[in-house]
Design a protein around this ligand. Sequence first.
Ligand code: UD1
Length: 398
Amino acid sequence: MSNQAIMEAAAADLGPVICVVGARPNFMKMAPILRAMAAHIPPVPVLLVHTGQHYDKDMNDRLFEDLRLPRPDVNLEVGSGTHAIQTAEVMRRFEPVVDAHKPSCVAVVGDVNSTLACALVAVKKGVPVVHIEAGLRSYDRAMPEEINRILTDQISARLYTTERTAEDNLVREGISSERVCFAGNVMIDSVVFGRANARSAAQTLRACGVDPLVLSHPMGYGVVTLHRPSNVDKPETLRALLGVLAEVAASLPLVFALHPRTRSNIDRFGLEGLVNPARMVLLPPQGYLEMLGLMAGAAMVLTDSGGLQEETTALGVPCLTLRENTERPITVEQGTNLLVGRNRAAILGAVQEILAGRGKRGRLPEFWDGRAAERIAADLYQWLMSTQSGIALKSLAT
Ligand code: UD1
């Protein structure tokens, strides 16, 4: 049998790629990958599994609609829990799915608990794991996501990176360059896809019952999101941050899209009094097209989200990251991102710089061009074929 014939036989035999999503930031990464797998010639068979880590309409359904994600083939409905419970529950419920569908590989994105849990199940069953957005490191092991990133990368057979320094991180951890493919940033594929349909800030405010006049300030408005446990889980930290944001709001009206964790902590710690609704509008978690529109029209974004650091770089909007570190250094080196931590003077100083027209303008990093998923689908297909035909060749030899 010729090699070509073996490749064709292997292609016909290809089990589905199980694509896993669990939490909000996974959805914008997986949506372009699913489209690219379907558009690939020949199409790559896919099974979409949702772990159910995020489940609220605001955290889930709206994003599925905005990103035109298909309904998941399987929903594990794990819901919330401690890290141990959530991770264990995903593993327990994911295992029978892998057994039933005999996938060619399991593809996971990002760094949430569902990412690691599904990767662990797959690797222990001898199913190759493919990690998209591999190699990012904050070098802060107090972040649960850092643990998820390191461990997922260690057990992945194919790793797709968004920036070149990610490969250096992986190689330092003993991962061979041969397993790594620099494909670009799928998060930006979604920005490119959604931008034309983004909702304006005025539309979004009106839909939430807020008069858009609150944003009619000569300087425009700022957008805020905060949800990292290190920023919002301790009363004194959250109080201090809300205090600084109130000072920022004196110069620039703010729109604060609240993650459920942050909303409940503001209530629990009795901090509502720090929010002046005439200067700081609190909104529920927003859909993808609403967030895109809010960010695109903003004078600046203040955030602790990883995704927003990247999206603001793509949109050319100055971003102040309220963290001491970032796993996405390219957004600082080439993009519009500035790390300001939780330091009051640093935050207020940076805000004034931006308002004076001296915010970072940045440039678009390499391969943040809307075509990362296409590159991943092409490489993944080739890679699966070579491993499948490797198996076929081996079975011929025996
Ligand atoms: C998770 C990810 C984080 C990501 C974030 C985006 C991990 C370790 N963390 O953090 O990396 O940046 O998602 O949002 O995986 N909740 C709801 N409705 C929901 C989902 C959650 O109300 O649909 C509330 C629950 O009270 C829950 C809390 O939010 O306990 C936290 O949710 P969880 O998924 O555990 O972590 P996130 O903080 O969202």
